[in-house]
Design a protein around this ligand. Sequence first.
Ligand SMILES: C[S@@+](CC[C@H](N)C(=O)[O-])C[C@H]1O[C@@H](n2cnc3c(N)ncnc32)[C@H](O)[C@@H]1O
Length: 244
Amino acid sequence: MTGGTEWERYATEGVLLDGFHALKHALRFGARVPVAIARDKAAALALAADLAPDLTGTLEELLNEVPGERLRALVPRPHPTGVAALALRDPARGGVPRASTGRDAPVVVLDNPRNLGNVGAVIRLAAGAGAGGVLTTGDADPWHPSAVRASAGLHFATAVEHREVAALPEGPLYAFDPEGADLRKVPLPRGAMLAFGSERHGLSDEVRARADHLVALPMEPQVSSYNLATSVAMALYHWMARDT
Ligand SMILES: C[S@@+](CC[C@H](N)C(=O)[O-])C[C@H]1O[C@@H](n2cnc3c(N)ncnc32)[C@H](O)[C@@H]1O
């Protein structure tokens, strides 16, 4: 951390990893982590021995113990594991789509999400399900530390980008809305984008206009809607459970 160039890189590509799990996933999925601190290094290493034995050597070298006040000064609401780190996003690593399951996996579009906890939960789902990535529209930063905390660092396991609606990739767009056609009767084609509306207002007019299909998750009468992240989970499970 010496030259101005390195500092500039931290300012543009630096991502705060808040908590042991975020650090664990960032390391597992190849993030460069120049700084990592722990309130209690021995406790963090014991956690690693239990939950991430693949990383104990790396963490032994990487973690620096700091007093609790120092951690609180750097991270406003430290994670219960007392671990924090700085990772660097790698712009060369490629954007959407990127998936272990290949380029035909669906890409999730979150249309103007308001809650960063939901954004992180969806990124975690996309990583687990092998989706092609997560695109967000609107003014929320999908790489905000609160979203990275909620994804447990799984931003580094999938592709995560902000896009304008006009810049969404080509390909059939399936917009999710309770008024749509029953998803169980709609096969999702290769390369589909699955779009979900915001927590308060649902799908924007722009995304509705761009959509090729409006699809619904089955729901009992009188129930208005599911939670955003829960809706994405059901849609991705529907895709994962397909006959191929
Ligand atoms: C909490 S809901 C939005 C509720 C909002 N008040 C509205 O008017 O749509 C967030 C998003 O989850 C998805 N969603 C929730 N329940 C759904 C359902 N039964 N079928 C399809 N999509 C659903 C939609 O994309 C919706 O925009």
